[in-house]
Design a protein around this ligand. Structure first.
Ligand SMILES: [Zn+2]
Length: 562
């Protein structure tokens, strides 16, 4: 049963060997992998020969759970589960229910594999085993611990293709260790004095979801309608062009936009420094959180009770169908901008996360051919893109559905906002949590973002500052021209603090330069946001000239007046 269970993981073994053999054969890597795999195999069989029933069954349950977790993920995503992905999954445990609903056949298969292991290890062994079985029983647990130590020093990497029971259990131990080590630090209160006058305006940060910067008309002549390209009568729009996101996954980008931090201190900021809400409250602003992604008071992107306490008004949109959520946000935001109360408002939009089949109404089916409609109407986002087998034709359909979604979720959103809102006392910063890899050059990929080896497009986002026409514009106009295609998410938090009235000289040493600063940005994003244990963040530079542009040959356009 144990061997059968391991055999079901054969595909991962083949893939790992393939990875270690292309483009050229890495002999040391292959030998190390073979030794590790065989050691884990001996450990799994040895566990079944442990005589004490309590210990044997405990190990059986732990190994089976690890197997189920890791295989479930790997088979759904179609990629190895790294420690990073493991932690992200545990942190977004709130989404597991919907992931299970979407992917139950795969999860069931993974459960079968885990079940075989559970029974195989757990059943009572033969009375008097061979000395080899007694030895394997003796080293079973030490092997798991040794593997955990090895993964610790490799920052959680190197477990790909090993028996999922062992990598899963080691990951759990490592995360347990981290929870124990890091949970002590208490969050600081605001230490910066707000020296200038308290702000008399609304300060808004709109964090959109999965918006590829180059697919909007403000950044590419073949981009789609964004509502931001013209000059609406009552708004001034300062386009910073293409910007680089903090990282290429939702959680990290959102977290760092709420807690700030530079490329050097972002981990410390997320763990112990004050949130944007704390600064807003200190500056005398009311705090409002418009969350269109989750319902039923579920927290999104690692928010917790402590952070929640500093939010005055928390709005979710459970009664609104997913396709209309962003439109409801536009109306609600307009109301808040018109109420003459100085507020800090953070918006978490539905945006254009997959599935995009049904994220736009029929009236916005401007680009065809698109993905089939009707099956994903109630889904804001899910773990894995559906109906994508990585074929070039599919991605063309996806890009058209994506375009339609943008015209609605971005274009119509801003139309509505500008039609309804009084912007004379507001400053809005608009961006997306991360970009999208839309596979313009055909490949076998099935993911748009948050991949283990990200394409640069996964981190290319729009960045726009909007204020009323009567506000002081020269500074922003100059900054947007100087910073066009040159800025990053890291500039947003210090900009918000500066708008709130904190002194730039106080902000700079802690949070780095803001959008008005002339200092050059490294234009890099964090490929390993959750760097931990013995590993460090990895920064990937985005060469602007290599960013994929929307292919014109994708579509027939059904809407001609825009
Ligand atoms: Zn996202």
């Amino acid at each position: 049963m144990i061997l059968l269970s391991l055999l079901l993981g054969g595909w991962e073994v083949v893939r790992r060997i393939e990875m270690l053999s292309t483009p050229e054969v890495q002999l040391t890597g292959l030998v190390a992998y073979a030794v590790l795999f065989i050691t884990c195999l001996i450990s799994a069989i040895g566990a079944a020969f442990i005589v004490r029933p309590s210990l044997r069954w405990l190990l059986a349950i732990l190994l089976a759970s690890g197997s189920w977790l890791v295989d479930g993920y790997q088979w759904v995503v179609g990629d190895f589960m790294a420690y990073d992905a493991f932690v992200t999954m545990m942190q977004s445990a709130g989404d597991l229910g919907s992931a299970f609903q979407q992917q139950w056949p795969v999860m069931l298969l993974a459960a079968t594999k885990a079940g075989l292991l559970l029974v195989g290890v757990g059943l009572r062994p033969m009375e008097q085993g061979h000395w080899l079985t007694r030895l394997s029983a003796l080293i079973s647990l030490p092997v798991i611990l040794a593997l955990t130590v090895l993964l610790f020093f490799r920052g959680g990497e190197g477990g790909s293709g090993l028996p999922s029971s062992h990598s899963g259990l080691s990951f759990t131990l490592l995360q347990g260790y981290e929870l124990v080590v890091t949970s002590d630090a208490e969050r600081e209160t605001v230490a910066l004095p707000p020296l200038t006058a308290a702000p008399k305006r609304d300060i808004v940060l709109i964090i959109d979801e999965s918006i590829a910067g180059a697919y909007l008309d403000i950044n590419d002549e073949h981009g789609v309608y964004s509502g931001l390209a013209g000059s609406p009568k009552l708004a001034s729009i300062h386009n910073f062009g293409l910007a680089v996101s903090i990282t290429h996954c939702s959680v990290g980008s959102n977290l760092s936009m709420r807690f700030g931090g530079t490329r050097e201190n972002y981990q410390e900021a997320a763990r112990t420094m004050p949130s944007i809400w704390a600064y807003a409250a200190e500056a005398g602003l009311q705090t409002v959180y418009l969350d269109a992604q989750r319902t039923g008071r579920a927290y999104q992107n690692q928010m917790d009770d402590e952070e929640r306490q500093l939010i005055g008004q928390w709005v979710q949109f459970a009664d609104v169908p997913v396709v209309d959520r962003d439109q409801a946000v536009a109306l609600q935001l307009a109301e808040l901008l018109n109420d003459d109360q100085p507020q800090f408002i953070l918006v978490n939009k539905v945006g254009a996360h997959f599935p995009v089949n049904d994220k736009y109404p029929d009236s916005h089916k401007w680009f065809t051919p698109a993905l089939p409609r009707g099956s994903f109407a109630d889904v804001t986002d899910m773990a894995v893109p559906d109906e994508l087998d990585g074929a070039a034709g599919n991605w063309r359909l996806y890009r058209n559905s994506y375009r339609n979604t943008l015209t609605w979720s971005v274009g119509k959103f801003f139309d509505r906002l500008f039609a309804g809102a009084q912007l004379s006392n507001a400053t809005i910063i608009y961006t997306s949590d991360h970009g999208q890899h839309l596979h313009e050059n055909p490949d076998n990929g099935t993911a748009t973002h948050c991949t283990p080896n990200p394409a640069i497009e996964e981190a290319v986002v729009p960045l726009v500052v909007i204020n009323g026409p009567d506000a002081e514009q020269t500074t922003w106009r100059t900054a947007a021209e100087a910073g066009h295609d040159r800025m990053s998410h890291y500039r947003i938090f210090p900009t918000l603090l500066s708008l709130m009235g904190f002194q730039q000289s106080d902000i700079l040493p802690v949070y780095g330069p803001d959008l008005l600063s002339g200092e050059a940005d490294p234009f890099t994003f964090n490929v390993r946001y959750n760097a931990r244990l013995g590993s460090s963040p990895v920064w990937k530079h985005v060469p602007l000239e290599n960013v994929a542009r929307p292919p014109v040959g994708d579509y027939q356009k059904n809407q001609t007046d825009r």
